[in-house]
Ligand binder design. Structure first.
Ligand code: FEO
Ligand code: CA
Ligand code: CA
Ligand code: CA
Length: 562
């Protein structure tokens, strides 16, 4: 038996031993392992028994729900604050607001302990960022100044920071040549042959929620609630366009077309060079999860995080391309990927003038084709053991779905470029399962699933809302092995009003990078904030990125230690 076959055989034996017979594909697709380990771990029955025994003797002790204003961690975990809003990253730039998606790429494949961290800055709270207090005005939009909005544009987008782990502690390398910001003011090219609203280069990125990583090791950052920034173009029955005003009123001073936002943006880690991928469609992209096929073509999954919107998949026709290919939208009832190709869909030809218009107005196109309305599709991960695609459906309050669920897609014959699939519910939120409003997902290197919750600030901890029992937003783990397999265990509880976002494992699987987003977001008066986390000298809440370590992670990640 070849070495490779031996490894696979051992792994299969191990999984069978764990009572997971028939689990299917065993080898981890290398780039799915969070751009880290290229090894393919093996294990003997003796070692497997030893680890299972360890798991049994020291069961995970989860947290109970809490409304405490702190980042609480389960026994066996500890954290350090790596960087927070306003920290200097260079002589000219500071770390932006409301950090979300995190992605780490080592600078050198052989040294996983030093690399570049990308962090999304999704949106701002003007009270903190620009001193604008919406609570002071009846019509807040009318009281914005250009200076305030300029500051807000600077505080969205993303940060690239060089970090290094020394003696078990991660440090930001200050003023490193790679440290830079991409903001609402950064010029970004469109990866498309036709201009959009007359431009081939647009100004800025915003609403950067979650994201992804490409097989060629670049960052993907996704523009989600873009309509809050520069508004949205709407069309009446006669196809006449009008402008719907934004929530933040940025277009009052920066007249940028809404069509320049709502895209997947790719960032080169070392240069910060950015491009927006028009072929992936324009909608409230939560994330973009890629899979590389054997022939190097890519498949990209992305959900539109809005009530009754859709799940999309792009299949490239050329190796490594996010431009040449076909965009599909999911009909989860019939298990079909519906093509959004203008040329081959008469119904799209009757409404839109060309493929560019289909991609810019893709929500309308999807509805014409009969795509299934979903309950806010958010983060997407591919299970590294089974190849199933998991999609968080956060909630859909108008439809009575308060706690959300995780949707599972099984592509026909496990082929990611298949045009048919089977959809089912993987896990439902609610008091019985112990979580509500699933958002970010991350698999660790042993195939355990980590999940964060997104109960909105104005619904949390209120007796008149169905979310009261869950208290503060949290991080959960769903173990794959041992006695706790399948259980939802709360391992971190967020500070007041906050949401935990962007979980991302270091290449050795021993550090979990995590964003603490919008602590104290319900604050109306800076002198009396609703949270003071991370408890620094400024006495106001600040979004920050933390590095979590400890025995619990190491124990969960045992497959990676062998
Ligand atoms: Fe920005 Fe869908 O969370
Ligand atoms: Ca999110
Ligand atoms: Ca994720
Ligand atoms: Ca969310």
């Amino acid at each position: 038996m070849s070495k490779e076959l031996t490894k696979e055989y051992n792994r299969r034996k191990f999984l069978t031993f764990l009572g997971k017979a028939g689990i299917g594909v065993i080898a981890f697709p290398t780039f799915l392992t969070n751009c880290g380990t290229k090894s393919n771990p093996t294990i003997s029955n003796e070692l497997a028994e030893e680890y299972l025994d360890k798991l049994k003797k020291t069961p995970l002790k989860g947290l109970i729900p809490s409304d405490k204003d702190d980042l609480l961690l389960a026994e066996g975990l500890n954290y350090q604050t790596l960087i927070k809003w306003g920290d200097k990253i260079s002589d000219t730039d500071t770390f932006g607001f409301n950090n979300d998606f995190i992605c780490y790429i080592p600078l050198d494949e052989n040294n996983p302990k030093e690399g570049l961290l990308w962090v999304n800055h999704e949106y701002t709270n003007p009270l903190f960022v620009s001193g604008f207090n919406k609570y002071e005005f009846e019509n807040p939009r009318e009281h914005r100044s250009k200076d305030q909005i300029t500051k807000e544009l600077y505080n969205v987008g993303g940060s690239i920071i060089r970090i290094k782990e020394e003696n078990g502690t991660w440090k930001v390398i200050p003023n490193d040549a790679y440290n830079r910001r991409v903001t609402g003011h950064t010029p970004i090219s469109l990866n498309w042959d036709e201009p959009i609203e007359g431009k081939t280069e647009v100004i800025g990125t915003n609403s950067n929620c979650s994201g992804g990583i490409t097989p060629w090791n670049t960052f993907l950052t996704c523009e989600e609630n873009y309509a809050d920034c520069f508004g949205e173009s709407e069309y009446d029955e006669s196809n006449v366009k009008s402008h719907k005003e934004s929530r933040y009123g940025w277009e009052q001073f920066y007249n940028y077309p809404p069509e320049h936002y709502g895209w997947v943006v790719e960032i080169e880690p070392k240069t910060g060079k950015a491009q927006k991928h028009v072929a992936l469609g324009r909608f409230a992209h939560e994330c973009c999860t890629l899979f590389e096929l054997e022939d190097k073509r890519v498949v990209a999954y992305s959900g539109d995080d809005t009530n009754d919107e859709h799940l999309y998949k792009f299949v490239s026709s050329k190796a490594g391309s996010l431009k040449e290919g076909t965009l599909y939208v999911a009909d989860t009832i019939n298990g079909k990927w519906l093509s959004l190709d203008w040329e081959s869909q008469p119904i799209l030809k009757s409404k839109f003038k060309n493929q560019t218009e289909v991609l810019v107005r893709v929500r309308e196109a999807a509805k014409l084709l009969g795509a299934t309305e979903l309950n806010r599709p958010e983060d997407i991960e591919i299970d590294p053991i089974t190849g199933h695609i998991l999609i968080s459906l956060t909630n859909n309050k108008p439809k009575g779905d308060y706690h959300g669920s995780i949707l599972k897609i099984e592509e026909t014959d496990g082929a990611f470029d298949s045009l048919t699939f089977k959809a089912s519910t993987y896990l439902a939120g609610g008091e019985e399962s112990g979580f509500s409003c699933p958002d970010n997902l991350a698999f660790d290197l042993s195939g355990n699933l980590w999940m964060t919750s997104d109960i909105s600030g104005d619904s949390m901890n209120r007796e008149d809302k169905p979310y009261a029992p869950f208290k503060n937003n949290s991080l959960f783990v769903i173990p794959r092995y041992g006695e706790d397999a399948g259980k939802v265990i709360r391992v971190a509880s967020a500070p007041r009003d906050a949401e935990l976002t962007g979980p991302w494992f270091s290449p050795d699987g021993k550090t979990l990078f995590l964003s603490v987003q919008h602590p104290g977001e319900l604050t109306r008066d800076l002198q009396n904030p609703t949270s003071k986390w991370p408890f620094d000298e400024d006495n106001i809440p600040k979004p920050a990125v933390v590095a979590i370590k400890g025995d619990l992670i190491e124990k969960m990640n045992f497959l990676n230690q062998i």
